[in-house]
Design a protein around this ligand. Sequence first.
Ligand code: NDP
Length: 453
Amino acid sequence: MAASFSEFMDFVKAKNPAQPEFHQAVDEVVESIWPVLEKRPEYRKAKILERIVEPERVIVFRVPWVDDSGDVQVNRGFRIEMNSAIGPYKGGLRFHPSVNLGILKFLAFEQVFKNSLTTLPMGGGKGGADFDPKGKSDNEVMSFCQSFMSELFRHIGPNTDIPAGDIGVGGREIGFMFGQYKKLRNEFTGILTGKGLNWGGSLIRPEATGYGAVYFAAEMLGTRNETLKGKTCLVSGGGNVAQYTIEKVLDLGGKCITCSDSSGWIHDEAGIDREKLAFLMELKNVKRGRVKEYAEKFSGAVYTPVDASLDHNPLWDVKADCAFPSATQNEINVKDAANLVKNGVYLVSEGANMPTVPEGVSIFLDKKILYGPGKAANAGGVATSGLEMSQNSLRLSWTREEVDQRLQGIMKAIHKAAFETSKEFGVEGNYVAGANIAGFIKIADSMLDQGVV
Ligand code: NDP
């Protein structure tokens, strides 16, 4: 048994070589919970830590499909069933060319603690494929999704594992996968979340991650008797999370002045108002275009293409009050974090998963800014997926207001749990420690109750 934190990390790295994102995610959680382990020897004796970093099951499979030219394509599909101590596996599917085992294990590991924080009975999982939906026709996306589900259907079920969307998986992809599952199983059941409203989806699910990240920001500001009214905000990404973050910031009286995609970023000093947001949504969700077109449409907005030779992202080098990273992991490097603080940003609420490198997180914590880590700040998405599951089981649909109120209540509860736990462990306002410890204790106690399984 590892005697120290660094010995434990050596063990994790040796056992899981070439998975740097997974090491990063484990490192952050285990560092936070080490003081708890020292107080609770029963966790060490039961090897909770050694068990929690080992997925309960990993499924890897071939996904062959035929493109529009009649050529056969082959992708790799994955599902990581990480931990089911507090409920069936729950977590998104990511379709992106960068997807590999280590990235999905980091996401699944984060998901376990995030789901625990939501107050709902959901275990953690994650999956996806190294498939790039960008530039593919609807027919090609359908062909891929059907092939993907032709294997995945054996492993999931409404009481076993309920996937959802993530990068590259939105309403269109969920629809194609749901259709294929139903055909194979001859069963209409709540097997995926993020479904269309006509066939079992929940109101507010598309909005939930972005709205939740903004509600979490509002809670953090509340600890300093402040609100989002009049605040200038930086947003990265231009997809699901970014779009609804911008919408909720507008609702609460703030102004977002940036957005991006993997090709470049937009700086719109006048602010992304509702008309411009509607354009962005149509551009991204229907036309499947690039953010560059935003600057072509709206004078005053400046587009800058990605410059791979830079050692920082200029999107994070703009004067503002708040930042909502909403694109992908490690998108804020250490220089970006320093630039944010230098430019006056004193609140970071992470819509994306693990968007800040560890040295960047240290800067935020040292400067004592309001920093909401992804596993707390973006938990509104999976929480509303949990609400979709409840509605499916009850065979009824709640109103928009009802779901939104529950979402707000859950984000408040997550904030409270993380804040109070940080206080209890002597690091008041450190939401990283608070979220990790609060999420961990519930899972660890459930694992103890259920024996060595
Ligand atoms: P989308 O696919 O809808 O949008 C992703 C956005 O980020 C796109 O603008 C995309 O640009 C950009 N992006 C993706 N990868 C990269 C990259 N490697 N470099 C630069 N830009 C990139 O995904 P979501 O909005 O759903 O997800 C965004 C983040 O939020 C992810 O970290 C995800 O894990 C996290 N998240 C999502 C939840 C959800 O409910 N959807 C729940 C919790 C967390 P491009 O169009 O060029 O690819």
